[in-house]
Design a protein around this ligand. Structure first.
Ligand SMILES: Nc1ncnc2c1ncn2[C@@H]1O[C@H](COP(=O)(O)OP(=O)(O)OP(=O)(O)O)[C@@H](O)[C@H]1O
Ligand SMILES: [Mg+2]
Length: 405
């Protein structure tokens, strides 16, 4: 009996301690998932025209039994991926109503960056147990063809971030295979269409036979979002993800202001999510402009994030040196940055690059926009180059890079 009471007491204590350790106020979120990058909202504000354009391009698949290719391009966070998903889902419905079986597969070529991996992803959509080795690309293509003929389906293959694949494989063979997929079929059945997505103009990277299947009119360009467009996107997400009245007036305006410099919807949504989390952390039940400002200080644009992960170790070390020189000032000179770079190399026990190489990399970092270099006005000692960081706090950048190394 005594032990029983003891256990009850223990359980009660445990319950109370966990309650005091995590006292939960009401969360501001009603559906946190709606802030996920994979979430596809019912409408995409300000992408109507582009969605219609894709319908015009691919429409003939349904009524005229043809195949089509398109290329979606634009800077980061302009909705390339979400537009392609939304389009494929809607188009599949539309085709079904017209009596045509349209299937689609979206492959992220950053995650699957070999031809084999891409083909396997496409094929396992139809044959989940297709072996992951032992078959050539041609054999896999044949197997895919048989599946499509069997299911009387037309397949849209979406190759997202396709520049990564093309750069890695140094060839456009797979695009060639896909774009010629139809011609080899029995009775010239049109079984496959292709959507390529990339920030960069990958059409330049294609060989001429593959390129010839991309009509000029089939390029869909997405521009950076303007402030008011970001505002509409934010208001939609607030309604989807937050309880009514959980977001203060002015928050969406403030975020739109901050993110409009980059025109990046991902950054805007990320700021909104982070601001919500900060409100929850403080159990305030309301997201305020102050949370928004704090969110901005904590995260920086994913543009920068992906740019950073592309840098090799030498470039990262140079950037660490620059961040450290900039800890307490707005600008540093190239001379100071190079001295700091020498110290950083010692610290990380890495071989230092020569002066010319150092300069070359500085220029490159300037070109991709991670740093900003400008000539100082002429002084007694002539001009010198001043370096600053346009959109990241130096401390945050340094920590991020050190983590990466
Ligand atoms: N018009 C829009 N309406 C609603 N949400 C949008 C819109 N455009 C983009 N988003 C959202 O913004 C985020 C970024 O969009 P997306 O991933 O499609 O960008 P992207 O152009 O593919 O960028 P990247 O080149 O970096 O891959 C996603 O969460 C997406 O749902
Ligand atoms: Mg994308």
């Amino acid at each position: 009996m005594q032990t029983e009471i003891f256990f009850h007491l223990k359980a009660l204590q445990h319950l109370m301690s966990s309650y005091t350790a995590y006292p939960r106020g009401k969360s501001v979120f009603k559906n946190y998932k709606a802030l996920d990058f994979d979430y596809v909202p019912k409408d995409l504000p300000h992408r109507d025209m582009q969605q219609k354009r894709l319908f015009t391009i691919f429409g003939p698949i349904v009524d005229s039994n043809v195949s089509q290719n398109a290329f979606i391009t634009g800077p980061t966070g302009t909705g390339k991926t979400v537009l392609s998903k939304k389009f494929c889902m809607d188009f599949q419905d539309f085709a079904r109503k017209g009596g045509k079986n349209v299937q689609f597969v979206l492959v992220n070529c950053r995650q699957r960056n070999t031809e084999n991996a891409v083909m396997l992803r496409v094929l396992t959509n139809f044959k989940p147990f297709f072996p992951d080795r032992g078959f050539s690309i041609n054999e896999m293509m044949e197997s895919l063809r048989k599946e499509l003929e069997k299911e009387k389906a037309h397949l849209i293959v979406v190759l997202d971030e396709v520049d990564v694949l093309l750069k890695k494989t140094k060839s456009s063979d797979i695009i060639y295979h896909f774009s010629r997929f139809n011609e080899e079929g029995i009775e010239a059945k049109k079984l496959l269409s292709l959507i390529l997505i990339s920030q960069k103009n990958v059409l330049e990277m294609l060989d001429s036979p593959s390129l010839s299947t991309f009509k000029r009119g089939n390029i869909v360009r997405l521009d950076k979002y303007l402030r008011d467009e970001l505002l509409a996107i934010l208001e939609q997400r607030i309604e989807l993800a937050f309880h009514p009245d959980a977001v203060d007036l002015g928050v969406s305006d403030l975020i739109a202001d901050i993110a409009s410099e980059l025109g990046d919807a991902r950054y805007a949504i990320e700021l909104l999510e982070k601001a919500g989390m900060l409100a929850d952390e403080k159990k305030e039940g309301l997201v305020t402009p102050e949370h928004t400002r704090a969110a901005k200080a904590e995260i920086y644009s994913t543009v920068t994030e992906s740019k950073l992960s592309d840098l090799d170790k030498n470039r990262k070390l140079i950037l660490i040196a620059i961040s450290r020189s900039l800890r307490k000032k707005a600008y540093t000179t190239t001379g100071d940055a190079e001295k700091m770079y020498a110290l950083i190399c010692e610290e990380f026990q890495e071989k230092k690059l020569g002066h010319t190489q150092f300069w070359k990399y500085l220029k490159e970092l300037d070109n991709v926009g991670i740093i900003q270099a400008k000539k100082s006005s002429k002084g007694l000692v002539g001009t010198t180059t001043l370096i600053s960081l346009p959109d990241i706090p130096a401390k945050v950048l340094e920590e991020k890079l050190v983590d990466m190394i």
